[in-house]
Ligand binder design. Sequence first.
Ligand SMILES: Cc1cc2nc3c(=O)[nH]c(=O)nc-3n(C[C@H](O)[C@H](O)[C@H](O)COP(=O)(O)OP(=O)(O)OC[C@H]3O[C@@H](n4cnc5c(N)ncnc54)[C@H](O)[C@@H]3O)c2cc1C
Length: 435
Amino acid sequence: MSQPVFSTDRHGWAELLPARTPTAAISGTRRCHWAVVGAGFTGLACARRLAVLHPEQDIILLDARALAQAASGRNSGYAVGCSHFPGAFEPARLAGYRRVNRINAAGLSLLREQVHRLGIRCQWHEQGFFHAAADAQALAEVPHFADYLSRLDIPHRVLEQSALQAQLGTDWYARAVQVQIGALVQPAALLYGLAATLPPNVTLHENSPVLQVQTGAGITLQTPDAVVDAERLVIAANFEAATLGIIRPETVGSTLSGSFTRRLSADERASLGELAQWGVLSLHSGGATVRLTEDGRISVRNTAEYHGGKLLPDTALRKRQAIHRQAFENRFPQLRAVPFEFGWSGVEGISRNGTNFFQHPRRNVWFAGGYNGSGVSRGTAFGTAMADYASGGQSALITDCLGSPAAQWLPPRPVLDIGAWFTVRRRFRGVGRDR
Ligand SMILES: Cc1cc2nc3c(=O)[nH]c(=O)nc-3n(C[C@H](O)[C@H](O)[C@H](O)COP(=O)(O)OP(=O)(O)OC[C@H]3O[C@@H](n4cnc5c(N)ncnc54)[C@H](O)[C@@H]3O)c2cc1C
């Protein structure tokens, strides 16, 4: 059987941080009470909670890559507190809307508490986001989204073009809904901080791909240089969980890309609006995610494609940068002379019906993942709840996670590849000026 490839490169938010030495890869013969595979938001949250629940037990946390080199360290950094469900408010879905938002809020609040208590420096900025619209399809979403927020008593306001120009420094958007819950973060810095503050009974091993798992009376995990016997296993490897060979989640990787400008000068920043930092999400699912970061860079993320669950090679990334560039200059013609410092790609796990996974697929094996584009807060909530669930606990959060709809079936390859390519591409229908 061919070995899985865990693609990685030197691009991403981690490049903006001081260099960090990865923890040692695992080697030899090891035993532990719990193995957690995947050190993204889900795995880190799960390992942290397991350690608190079982202070006398050993938890081994394994990741195939260096920390922050998968989606959790390469996302746009929006820790969402409330989700946007496209289309008009549907009363029959009210319980579902509330369930998802309770999970988002739980994850946001766990992260907030950890960031503040542990002193994690990750540019945490909790002022909510702008859900903006420039073209017809996204503009049609403004009243729908505002109506939904009103019915759920979620604080928000609708802003018109001139108010957006004053706050953000662009007249590109015709309208936006400003939602006042949600935090912006530097995702790689947050992951570094979460990993550095894990309880002492958690050992993180990076660059330790699990290549095979055997289950039965016990669980044995094989990496290139180690054999690990674990009593229990939590899989937090998201769309790559199939690489372990014991589950086949109905999820694939969609590859997104974006670019950062260099830091803006004081004059360049003065040409923008009143806010020192902000985050814009599009009300069109194919629209651009645009941020002004705390350290004065503008980032634009506006491509998504099916690329076999891999990162984009440099040549492809350079081509995608032309698309990022166009979006940037459309919005900020006054900054046309500002170059991009670099681009990055990242792969997010998506399911056909946008559901999440909170499962107990085998004896002593659990799996949490999914989230499409909302795994910062939701992955934290799922990982935490999974630790409680796998320990036999009960909570309202577990009930909410268990309430995730069943995933729609995905065909095997190569039909899967073709279907996934078209599905991701469909996301851009009608995007127009919102790209
Ligand atoms: C460009 C981009 C922008 C995004 N923007 C946002 C955003 O702004 N807000 C938001 O909430 N979400 C966003 N997302 C989605 C979000 O990043 C993900 O939902 C979230 O990071 C998933 O977390 P996770 O821990 O479940 O999975 P991952 O972060 O994918 O972590 C899984 C880990 O498992 C490891 N792994 C896989 N297989 C193995 C194996 N066999 N052995 C050992 N380790 C293994 C991987 O290396 C990886 O580190 C974005 C994603 C991308 C790519």
